[in-house]
Write a protein that binds this ligand. Structure first.
Ligand code: ADP
Ligand code: MG
Length: 229
């Protein structure tokens, strides 16, 4: 479950973003849409406790994020959140398998090669375990990033622009994969995107199996703070 109330984030040298309240029951899907610059990535960073709100309340997977500070936030995030950043951020020098092992290490868990293999198998990329990211196609890299995001069985999956630069078929595959993966883990899924195709892809990919709601953010009207250049 994710619940926000009067959530606001003020960039020190940028805009103040005020987000509409939302409540996303556990295991359902939220589409966070709106034009570029409206604050979608900021919302995801707040939900992942990567940044603290300037005002308002935010509860994610039964945890009130007000109460979380630095180290506790890192441990909570590793346990709870599967983050699929806009740039997939696979480490180029490491193999696919090592990239997933790094995620286990970062969460403080012992390396578990069996679990890594099983996550890669679920996404159909187990044969690529020894490859480096540069040796993967875009679609393969996306599956690997998703395997990494769900490796620790997160309660919440946050995906930032997962269909950016994909053609229609690949975009449908990516959305289908995200929904199926979230459904398998009974995870709450948030897809942040300015891609209008996603709103039509989710209902068919969800196939009536999960609840789905949409939150459209408006472009912030009044950039506060002065740009000194
Ligand atoms: P979206 O993901 O919807 O494109 P973002 O959350 O990335 O939007 O950004 C929302 C707004 O905040 C934009 O106006 C952007 O320029 C501004 N912004 C983002 N990051 C920073 C930052 N580090 N400092 C100042 N302003 C920022
Ligand atoms: Mg963004």
């Amino acid at each position: 479950m994710i619940r926000t109330s009067q959530l606001t984030y003020r960039y020190p040298n940028g805009p103040t973003l005020a987000f509409p309240d939302v409540e996303v029951p556990q295991g359902t899907v939220l589409l966070l849409s709106g034009p570029s610059g409206c604050g979608k990535s900021t919302w995801l960073a707040l939900a992942a406790a990567l940044m603290a709100p300037s005002a308002g309340q935010l509860t994610v997977a039964e945890q009130s994020l007000d109460a979380l500070k630095n180290v506790a936030a890192d441990a909570w995030r590793a346990r709870t959140i599967g983050f699929l950043p806009q740039k997939m951020q696979l480490s180029p020098a490491l193999s696919v398998q090592q990239n997933l092992a790094l995620a286990q290490w970062a969460s403080g868990q012992p390396e578990d090669l069996q679990r890594i293999e099983s996550a890669l198998r679920t996404l159909g990329v187990q044969a690529l375990a020894r490859r480096k990211p540069a040796q993967l196609s875009g679609g393969q890299a996306q599956r690997v990033a998703l395997a990494r995001a769900v490796l620790l069985e997160p309660r919440v999956i946050l995906a930032d622009e997962p269909t950016a630069s994909l053609d229609d078929q690949a975009a449908a595959d990516a959305v289908g994969l995200l929904l199926a993966t979230a459904h398998k883990h009974a995870a709450t899924l948030v897809i942040a995107t300015h891609d209008a195709r996603v709103a039509t892809l989710i209902p068919s990919a969800a196939n009536g199996q999960v609840g789905f709601q949409s939150l459209r953010l408006a472009r912030h009207s009044q950039p506060s703070g002065t740009m000194l250049k």
